[in-house]
Design a protein around this ligand. Structure first.
Ligand SMILES: Cc1cc2nc3c(=O)[nH]c(=O)nc-3n(C[C@H](O)[C@H](O)[C@H](O)COP(=O)(O)O)c2cc1C
Length: 197
């Protein structure tokens, strides 16, 4: 890595981002993943919008693309096991929601019955950049159940054992390997309306 890349990594590592469980479903399939790339994306409190950045190869990303709906949940600090359930492997292999209690009122975005809080969103725009699929969503529904701080990345990772950390690193390396070419292709063909200079 270059000096700047090393420093950038050090700066990013000094942050302690919230962890979100992003869920979505189609008529025949459902799933979810753990994400840090969830952000408030609107200034106007009357029209709340979120921007969510998902890896294009993830199972959950396909579900969001197809259904146009997603729910993002913050977890309580004693829900590290739930965070692990959503990041340890892909929903292409198993139903990650099988052992999770759901409050089942929304068809295309499963809501976890137990969480710190959640936002239910309807996607109105999507940009694919090779490395990420970015979804902008209007908030249709929101609930907050806890007054405490939510589970953040540092506490979660510090609670993982060596084997779990190895699994997460391998998953990340696999994603980087898959996405590098897609990202290069995107840079070569950025559409006019997205290009700056
Ligand atoms: C701390 C942490 C943060 C993560 N943030 C994101 C993220 O913002 N976007 C994303 O697509 N994946 C993120 N991941 C990776 C996914 O949670 C993971 O690859 C997941 O197993 C994908 O599941 P799926 O294929 O069932 O959708 C993160 C993983 C960890 C451990």
């Amino acid at each position: 890595m270059t000096g700047a890349a090393n420093k950038a990594e050090e700066i990013f590592r000094s942050l302690d981002r919230e962890l979100w469980v992003v869920t979505s479903a189609t008529q025949n399939d459902r799933g979810g993943l753990l994400a840090t790339w969830v952000s408030q994306a609107s200034l106007n409190p009357q029209k709340p919008v979120i921007l969510v950045g998902l890896a294009p190869n993830h199972h959950t990303t396909r579900l969001v693309r197809e259904s146009g709906k997603l729910a993002v949940h913050l977890l309580d600090t004693d829900q590290a096991d739930v965070a692990w359930n959503f990041c340890r492997d892909s929903g292409k292999q198993r139903d990650k929601l099988a052992n999770i209690d759901l409050s089942s009122h929304t068809a295309y975005a499963p809501i976890l019955a137990r969480c710190h809080s959640f936002l239910l969103g309807r996607v109105f725009a999507c940009v694919e950049t090779g490395e990420r699929s970015y979804f902008w969503a209007d908030i249709l529904e929101a609930e907050k159940f806890s007054q405490s701080a939510p589970l953040c990345e540092r506490q979660f990772l510090q609670g993982c054992d060596d084997e779990q950390i190895r699994t997460l690193k391998a998953d990340k390396q696999g994603d980087i390997a898959l996405q590098t070419k897609l990202e290069e292709e995107f840079r070569e063909s950025i559409p006019e309306w997205l290009r700056l200079h």
